[in-house]
Design a protein around this ligand. Structure first.
Ligand code: FE
Length: 288
């Protein structure tokens, strides 16, 4: 029998104001938990119902040294950046942005949503880049909902969407700089899954609807709570109520990490350099 991962710790998300003033539910970073190497941040955006004219986003801001992964469950987001790149994310779409040496971008609700109002629900996860990749060329991987592999158990009770990594014989299309798992599981009552995870990966489970049972013998993990997993080769997920969760895992970089707002580097002087490069326009600006 494979070594089951236990729940080491439960982390209750807190509410945090971000970007132009929207509220996110954030398990980490938080006091006492700066990262789960290589993951730097997990934000659940909404679900929030905006009235017409009230939707807010994150206008022009820079990033350097890591990746931002945006996954839209409901609503529409528009993206623009300093390379002239523009993107539109609808329900189920993913944008995997490798900021590398630096971009300036904006992430806003679509014009239609800003004018007419509507619901927004999604995630943004920050993934650190290893030292050797901090200054690579910025890159985007845009995945439309229909292109993202999905799979389910034989009984149909557990369904998975594969943003990174493999499960139930299906494999994500995303190219990652280090081996990663980013999976969205939907569990119906009675669902039981044993998902392999390489033993060297750090892993977390963030439940955003219902209540999952994680590990064996395991712990109950309620909506809004993140379970930090111990080491092992398999994580057991089950549920008795309709439940949705993210399973995130990756090889820890085990490198020095310093962060200041939108910059995540290895050494403090690199943060000062990043701020100076942004202020002097070296990360560009959005052509409008
Ligand atoms: Fe951003």
């Amino acid at each position: 029998m494979k070594n089951q991962r236990d729940v080491l710790r439960l982390v209750f998300s807190h509410r945090q104001r971000e970007g132009g003033g929207f509220i996110v539910r954030r398990p980490f970073p938080a006091v006492g938990i700066t990262q789960v190497d290589p993951f730097l941040l997990v934000d659940e955006l909404g679900p929030i119902d905006y009235a017409p004219g009230k939707a807010i986003g994150a206008p022009d801001h820079p990033h350097r040294g890591f990746e931002t992964v945006t996954y839209v469950l409901e609503g529409e987001l528009e993206h623009e950046d300093s390379s002239g790149e523009r993107g539109f994310l609808g329900a189920g779409d993913v944008q995997w942005m490798t900021a590398g040496r630096g971009v300036v971008h904006s992430e806003m609700p679509s014009r239609r949503l800003q004018e007419g109002g509507g619901r927004v629900h999604g995630f943004q996860v920050w993934v650190n880049l290893p030292r050797k990749d901090k200054f690579i060329e910025p890159r985007y991987q845009e995945l439309k909902a229909g292109q993202i592999p999905k799979a389910q158990t034989a009984d149909g009770l557990a369904k998975v969407t594969l943003i990174a990594g493999e499960a139930l014989g299906a494999k994500a299309l995303t190219e990652t700089r280090t081996p990663l798992v980013y999976q969205h599981w939907s569990l119906s009552p009675g669902a039981v899954v044993e998902q392999p995870l390489p033993g060297s990966f750090n892993g977390v489970v963030y439940v955003f609807e219902g209540e999952a049972h994680v590990g064996e013998p395991g712990r109950a993990v309620k909506e809004g709570t993140m379970a930090i997993l111990g080491l092992g080769e398999v994580v057991k997920l089950s549920a008795q109520v309709p439940t949705q969760l993210l399973l995130l895992a990756g090889v820890p970089l085990n490198e020095p990490m310093v962060r200041w707002g939108p910059f995540v580097m290895n050494e403090p002087f690199e943060l000062e350099q990043a701020a100076a490069d942004f202020q002097t326009g070296k990360m560009g600006s959005i052509p409008r």
